[in-house]
Structures are given as C-alpha cells and as structure tokens.
Design a protein around this ligand. Structure first.
Ligand code: GLY
Ligand code: MN
Ligand code: MN
Length: 430
C-alpha cells in the first residue's frame, strides 16, 4: 500500500465492538467494493468499501468478511475470503495478499480463498438464526448502480429465506462517528498533507494560471506525501465559479483581481481531510473582498467555540444562519428592515449562504451518521461557513476539521494559513 502499515488493533477493536452489538446466534457478512467498470476493458481506480475497510483493514477487491461471534467453532467466528493468486494474476495485475499478510493486516486468523466461501457460509448459517447485511443507507443519495453488499444481500435472502435479517448500517454509523486514537492520527495525517498542498498553492498561484494548473500543484504534493489522492473531487473555483457550490470542472483561467475558492482534502489510508480556503489570485485582497472574507472568518471563529460535547449540527447550523445574516447586513447586502419584511420560509440570507456548515468526516468526506447526533468526544466534524455574492463575483468559503473533546475544540487545521495577512504574506514571498 502507499500508506504506512496501520496498527491492526484498529480493526480488531472495531470488530470486537461491532460483535457486541449483534443479537445472539448472528452472522454479519461484508463485501469489498466493486471494481467499477469505466469503459471498454477499463475499471475506475479501486477504492475499498469504507465499512469493509473499517472492520478488516483489507484494501483489496473481491474480498468477503464474515463475523459470527457465537459460532461454536471458535476458528469460524471471524473469517476472511480472498482472491487466490496465481502466476497469471501475479504477472498481469501484481501482488495480492498472502494469507500471512492478510492476517497481519486485519488481525483475523482464519483466512480462506474465495472458492471456499459457499462451503463455509453454509456451515456458518446453519449455526445462526440472524443475518446482518450491510447497505449504503446514506440519506438523499440514490445511485443507479447497486453495490455488491446490496446485490449479494438480495441473493442471500432468496437462498436462505428462513433466517432473520437485520441491518449492520446503523451499528456502523454510530461506531464510525466516534474516532479512535489510531483513526485520529490517520485523519491528522490527511490534514497535514492537505496543509502542504495549500502551502504549495500559496507559493505558486499567479494571475493567468488555469484552475487545473493550481490543482496539478496540489495533486503533486498529495501523491508525493503518500496520499491515495483526493478524498473527493477537488473544487478549484475562480471568480464566478466560486458561486457554484459543487464546481469541479477546474478548467477556467484564474484572472487578476478575482478570488480563488478551493475545497480539497487529501485521502490518506482511506481517511480524508476536508478543507476550504479562499485566496486572491494576484496575492492581494481588494477592500471589498477583504471585508467579505473577514465577515466569513469572524463567523468561523464564533462558531468554532460551539464545537463542544453536548451541542449538535442542528444548533450550529442555526447559529451560522443567524451570524451570517448579521454579517450580510453589515456588508450592505440587505437591511434590517428588509429582514422584517422577508418571507420567513425563504429568508434573504439564503440567497448568499445556502448550505450547512457541519458534517462528520472520516473514511468518507460526508461520513455516515445522523445529523441529529449530539456531539461526543472523538467526533470529527467540519466547520465551513461561506458567502456567495454572484453579482460581485465573490465566492468565499473557509473550512477546517474540528475534533470534539472533553474540553475545548481541537482544530486539526489550526496551522493552515487563514488570516488575510498570513495569506497575502505567503503569496508575496519571492
Ligand atoms: N468538500 C465537500 C464539503 O465541504 O462538504
Ligand atoms: Mn469541503
Ligand atoms: Mn465539508
């Protein structure tokens, strides 16, 4: 792997905690991610299914994990099924896990080849009453293609209709919400690489560069520092493009006098950072740009204080709306009188600020978990206020990743330049 070896205690502990939450006589089955076809005979780059990785550390396609904590044969309580390599696979595709490597990566002792799966599955199911299947239950996400957990789960239910079926997703969503010490270190590493990428952008960005050239600087730094790449499609949006929230074309020229909004995060060992910064293309904010930037920065600083246990995203989003509305009045976008007259169902601030400021990160940039969950120590969430004034060619977002603790919030990106002076000084160093 490109990333350094992860202490397998992470995966051992995750399986232990997951197992404790199953009903008696249960088996849980997890499939690795699909190799997604691209076109012709090509696949998209493989990215492991996040839950599969969380429970096994195995970063290889066509893998299956079975967890059956009550199986009478202790050796069948945790089993991995992997591709059995051969000379041809080794020649054309390269190395696949040996049994020893899979064991040391995952901490699982019973490693089998895939052709033994049906045999063992039958045995394990005959000792189980309950089957836990996994699905992507991300709300408001409706992909056309069904992932392997979904397809194989449906097949299993047809073949073994008399078992009781349950969902693994809610258990995993709750577990993944609170990060262990090993996970915190991996996310910190992703944040550090992201910082390096941004510092490179500060050093190299000049008027007339294209957005994709800015991205190339980031790509280079990410890869050089052992990132798999980006945790999500990077946004490199100059001028009016910054007002398109999910702009990912990154094809336009960065013009003198424009702002450049960037939202990118390195993915290290399948864990992602999520950062946004906005800089002046020519290294100097105009007075108006500075005014708008500092309005967002002030809101950011105010909101950060609320990232403490007992609070929630709902509360933070509410507060963000209030604070941004006040700033917009100061920026002259509308008046207090306009607010009194506004349609309460469509408040004026929504024209310039239309998204939430807070989501969990981890193995996925929008990590699974209820948005109503009360903050607990170990949760890592973004803080990302913004303002988008299309008529002035101004789009600004500032985003850091914050760890909830027993005490004060810990900003995992506190060393990444954020103040106007810091950004201008770094951009103007020869
Ligand atoms: N980069 C996606 C987000 O900020 O939510
Ligand atoms: Mn982001
Ligand atoms: Mn975000």
């Amino acid at each position: 792997m490109r990333y350094l070896t992860i202490n397998n205690e992470l995966f051992i502990e995750n399986r232990k905690k997951f197992s404790k939450q199953l009903k008696e006589k249960s088996v849980a089955i997890f499939y690795s991610a699909d190799q997604c076809p691209r076109n012709g005979d090509q696949y998209h780059t493989f990215r492991q299914q996040s839950d599969f990785f969380y429970l096994s550390g195995i970063d290889q396609e066509k893998s299956i994990l079975i967890i059956a904590p009550d199986h009478p044969d202790q050796s069948l309580r945790e089993c991995l099924f992997l591709i059995k390599t051969n000379e041809k696979i080794a020649k054309w595709e390269g190395h696949k896990y040996t049994k020893q490597e899979a064991e040391s990566t995952s901490g699982i002792k019973s490693i089998f080849w895939l052709d033994e799966f049906d045999f063992y599955l039958n045995d394990i199911l005959s000792e189980s009453s309950n089957v836990y299947l996994n699905r992507n239950e991300y709300p408001k996400f409706f992909p056309e293609a069904e992932e392997k957990n979904h397809r194989e789960g449906d097949r299993l239910k047809l073949k073994f209709p008399l078992h009781n079926y349950y969902r693994s997703a809610p258990i995993l969503a709750t577990m993944r919400g609170v990060k262990s010490d090993i996970e915190k270190k991996l996310i910190e590493k992703a944040c550090d690489i992201t910082e390096k990428g941004f510092r490179q952008v500060l050093k190299t960005t000049k008027p007339a560069m294209f957005e994709f050239e800015v991205q190339a600087e980031v790509d280079y730094i990410f890869t050089k520092n052992r990132a798999n790449g980006h945790g999500y499609a990077p946004i490199i949006a100059s001028g009016k493009n910054a007002c398109v929230l999910h702009y990912i074309e990154n094809n336009d020229e960065c013009k003198d006098g424009d702002l450049l909004l960037m939202d990118f995060g390195a993915e290290y060992a399948n864990y992602t950072a999520d950062m946004s910064r906005t800089i002046p293309v020519n290294g100097k904010f105009t007075e108006r740009q500075k005014q708008c930037y500092n309005a967002v920065l002030d809101v950011f600083k105010e909101l950060k204080k609320l990232y403490v246990k007992g609070n929630s995203s709902t509360l933070i989003n509410q507060k963000a709306n209030e604070l941004m509305e006040t700033e917009m009045v100061k920026l002259g976008l509308f008046t207090k009188k306009d607010i009194e007259m506004q349609d309460k169902d469509n408040p004026l601030y929504k024209k310039y600020f239309m998204h939430g400021v807070c989501h969990p990160i981890g193995l996925d940039v929008h990590d699974i978990g209820s948005k109503h969950r009360i903050f607990e120590p170990g949760m890592i969430l973004t803080l990302e206020p913004g303002i988008y004034i299309e008529e002035e060619n101004i789009g600004i977002r500032i985003e850091n990743d914050i760890l909830i603790t027993d005490g004060a919030p810990v900003d995992l990106m506190k060393n990444i330049p954020i103040e106007v002076d810091e950004i201008e000084n770094m951009m103007n160093q020869c």
